[in-house]
Design a protein around this ligand. Structure first.
Ligand SMILES: NC(=O)CC[C@H](N)C(=O)O
Length: 253
């Protein structure tokens, strides 16, 4: 079996080792004899996204978001929106999540237009949300699934009725520090503020994405279980040390 993954802006949108998410998907496929072909999609590229099963879009600082923002809207929005409607499985982290919404208005500088895959809007806040996060995933992802990660963002994201959250914040800040929501979901597209990178610490989520992609492409899912003992020990260690989030001034970006 073969899956193809479109990796958006890998050199610019790669905060806190977000690239590790793609490495985890590749390795978990390899261990199961599935070939994951990764194509890097950069500024100016016009990929035929209907040829892909998965897509990944990492986080970035405001300055990187400004570098790719116009390209995303002008050369990729139509194709990407259509593919997500068609069931493309996508994971977007932090700055990527924000640009899949309607807009991100940073604290300084003009607003960045998003591509409205998600019904959400993001406003820059005066203090950054920084710290470890625990999220209780929504039941569709697994009734007992808790996700862990690290957040560092100025943006406060507010979801509209057209998308659901990825989960509820147990510890940390999440989308906006007020309504308890974290991340967003629309069809097979998941967005989250969790860096870390996310998937090495949350292998269940990696397999959830692979299952969706295999189901869509082959109509069946055959994912052999893996030995995740090391990942489980890492999670337990991190969870035992998660404290309340702390905040720095926005100028410290
Ligand atoms: N960690 C990130 O991807 C940051 C996203 C955005 N620049 C913000 O500060 O909100």
């Amino acid at each position: 079996m073969e899956l193809r993954l479109a990796y958006f802006y890998p050199t610019l949108m790669n905060l806190y080792g977000d690239r590790g998410n793609v490495q985890v998907l590749s390795q978990r496929c390899r261990w199961r004899g599935i070939d994951l072909v990764v194509d890097e999609i950069g500024i100016g590229d016009r990929p035929n996204l209907s040829a892909y099963d998965l897509a990944f879009f990492g986080g970035g600082q405001d300055k990187e978001q400004y570098k790719i923002g116009a390209d995303l809207v002008q050369t990729k929005a139509v194709n990407l929106r259509a593919s997500i409607e068609d069931g493309l499985v996508m994971l977007a982290i932090c700055g990527g999540l924000q640009l899949l919404g309607e807009y991100y208005r940073p604290l300084q500088g003009p607003p960045l237009q998003g591509i409205s895959v998600f019904d959400l809007r993001t406003e820059g806040g005066h203090v950054r949300a920084i710290g470890n996060v625990i999220v209780q995933a929504e039941p569709e992802l697994g009734t007992k699934l808790q996700l862990i990660g690290f957040e560092n963002h100025s943006g406060r994201t507010y979801l509209g009725p057209g998308c659901r959250p990825l989960g509820r914040v147990v510890k940390g800040f999440g989308n906006n520090g007020k309504d308890g929501s974290e991340g967003a979901r629309y069809r097979n597209c998941i967005g989250t503020y969790l860096h870390g990178p996310l998937l090495p610490k949350n292998p269940e989520l990696a397999d959830y994405l692979l299952r969706l992609a295999l189901q869509r492409k082959y109509g069946r899912v055959d994912l052999a279980p893996l030995d995740d003992q090391l990942e489980k020990e890492t999670r337990e260690y991190v969870m035992s040390r998660v404290r309340r989030p702390h905040f720095l001034k926005a100028e410290c970006r």
